[in-house]
Design a protein around this ligand. Structure first.
Ligand code: FMN
Length: 188
């Protein structure tokens, strides 16, 4: 047995991968509670909780898709992008939109707060994997689109940091094995 196989925490990190093709089931309410609790433990300078989440499943995926469609039309996107938009959230049974929501704070720079929000996405993904699900962190044009931000009710200072698609992988694939020699590390 390798060191990673003997250590469940390390194994979760070494085996992390993304899956594009996801299907039902997705995390239940009770599992989502655990996943959110994990996200609430990200490093958070000043404990500001500078993030919030929007979650969609079932008809919520339709609503999210329609918001994407309206934003695509408002942005003048090509017809194929508009046509694809309502289907996009349906690529998984659960979609979490992670939003950076920085607070006014003298000590904690906004960038630190945005990094904190980004950490929640990875943590949500890892927690879901620990429960036997998989997922993928996606961005796309909507992430940066003002019309889409208005559709979701984002405040001026808020940014979307990711769309996390969660569900059961259609095909279970092996995670590539990486070597520490690949890490871009230089000792000072
Ligand atoms: C901020 C951010 C945005 C991403 N956006 C996309 C995306 O829109 N589409 C996509 O296929 N992968 C996107 N990725 C990459 C995937 O989440 C994933 O890491 C990649 O497919 C490699 O797979 P792996 O995680 O199994 O190594 C994004 C990653 C990050 C950190």
């Amino acid at each position: 047995m390798t060191e990673a196989e003997l250590n469940p925490g390390l194994n979760l990190l070494l085996e992390r991968r993304s899956d594009h093709k996801l299907t039902a089931p997705g995390p239940s309410d009770a599992e989502l509670d655990l996943i959110l609790r994990a996200a609430l433990r990200v490093p958070d300078f000043g404990h500001l909780r500078p993030y919030r989440f929007l979650a969609a499943r079932g008809e919520g995926l339709d609503r999210l898709g329609q918001a994407m469609r309206r934003a695509a039309i408002a942005a003048g996107k090509p017809a194929d992008v508009v046509a694809r938009a309502p289907r996009m959230p349906h690529r998984a049974p659960l979609v979490i939109v992670a939003i950076s929501s920085p607070k006014e704070d003298k000590a904690v720079p906004r960038f630190d707060q945005q990094l904190c929000a980004g950490c929640t996405v990875l943590t949500l993904q890892l927690a879901a994997r620990a429960l036997g699900y998989s997922g993928i962190w996606r961005s796309g044009w909507m992430m940066y689109d003002g019309n889409f931000h208005r559709e979701l009710g984002l405040e001026e200072q808020e940014r979307i940091v990711g769309f996390l698609y969660l569900g059961t992988p259609v095909i279970v694939e092996k995670t590539p094995v990486v070597s520490a020699a690949e890490a871009p590390l230089r000792w000072l």
